[in-house]
Design a protein around this ligand. Sequence first.
Ligand SMILES: [Zn+2]
Length: 320
Amino acid sequence: LEKLLSERISDSYEMLDFIAPPEFRLTRLPNGLGFGDGTISGAEIDSKSLSLLEETIDTDSPEFLIPVEADDDGCSDGRPAISVFTKERILKRSLVRPKIFGGAVTMTAASRIGLGLTGDEYLQEVFVQAVDTLTDKDIHFGAHTGEHAHGEDCGCGAIDKAPEALNAVIKYEDPIRSAITLLGVESEGLDEVFGNYRYYWTDVMSKAVPYKGSEVMGKIVDSNAVVKKLGGEHLERRIVLNSVRDFTVNQELIRLITGGRAQVFGVDVWRLQDVAARLYPDNAVDQQKAVLSELVYTLATAAVLTKGDLPIDIIEPASS
Ligand SMILES: [Zn+2]
């Protein structure tokens, strides 16, 4: 592996100084969430790629965690970026940023629903308000499109499939609760969060107001966020939940090591916490409910996009 790694890296990378993450531990949940109706499957991987993937995401090879370079964020999507742009210009290089499903815009929308702050705003407006809230609070966020997206879709599943994700919150309430327990997350406030999601689904979403991911992306691009256009097919075979602050899983390394045969979803739990803390400063109760709202939406999105069989790797600082 070491040899393969150094060959592939020297072929395609300008070598950077390796900054080691602090010591961490890894907990592998081989069976994944166990619920989901999506098409992405953890089982669609050949045995060689699987062992390369498992050797790469390991406590013995800390280089799969890299420091973030940007103060915005991006989506958990494991596909490669084929271009990077803002409203005004094309950027030369793609920076490493923390990853959460749909970026901070989507997680802010989730927290507004979970905290019951939306009233009867229809879904399009919930996302517009999320962008405006982040802009007001000077919290930077990023997003992505997809080369195959067209029409009403922008190419980010966490945004395009927001109605389906909200439906999955209701449909999979019990397994989502179990997953949150399994992940060792404090569940204080979870009943209220589910109550607010349920209200939003039954009382607001039932009015069937049209929703378009492409319009959400239009609003994001107008805010001058950095947007990456992702290419190729979804080949995520694992979900990595990382709590090592200021580090993120090197999705490019995973694609490189497996010769493009496997990708991983990366979720930086510390970024979920930071977004919650900055959205609801000086209010520990709302911050806690915001983190739960983000997690509920994250797990529901995973259920929409995947079959629920992607193994989950939990990365935590050894000191915690
Ligand atoms: Zn996405």
